[in-house]
Design a protein around this ligand. Structure first.
Ligand code: HEC
Length: 100
């Protein structure tokens, strides 16, 4: 419960400021820390390479990246959903129009 409460506080803090979530400032490191071990290289999982801005944007905009990072039944990463803060950051980045 303490962790959930903390996340809500942080998310509220984010939504009440005008701070922009950028790819270079936040999303890139989230994806690199959680996704590119499988989704990059010569044979990326699901033929989905997430090692560039364009690729992550495309998967968010026209693919099911947002669905899968929120899907507890088929989570990405497969080991379990990321923290609420990391998920919220990617969603905010999409809502803001994918700032670089
Ligand atoms: C341990 C390896 C691994 C990691 C880490 C991983 N994935 Fe995946 N991913 C897979 C595999 C394997 C599939 C194909 C099977 C499936 O859809 O569950 C997949 C499928 C997907 C799909 C569906 C692609 C499609 O065409 O339907 C998306 C979107 C996705 N991953 C996004 C992510 C994101 C975003 C992260 C990080 C937050 C991530 N994955 C981390 C292995 C991984």
């Amino acid at each position: 419960m303490a962790v959930v409460g903390l996340s809500i506080v942080i998310m509220n803090a984010c939504t009440t400021t005008t701070e922009t979530v950028t790819y270079s400032g936040a999303v890139e490191s989230i994806i690199f820390n959680n996704c590119v071990t499988c989704h990059s290289g010569a044979a990326p999982s699901a033929e989905l390479d997430l090692s560039s801005y364009d690729a992550v944007r495309a998967s968010t905009e026209t693919g099911n990246l947002l669905a899968r990072i929120n899907d507890a039944a088929a989570p990405m990463p497969p080991a379990g959903l990321m923290s609420d803060d990391d998920i919220a950051a990617v969603e905010q980045w999409a809502a803001d129009g994918f700032p670089q």
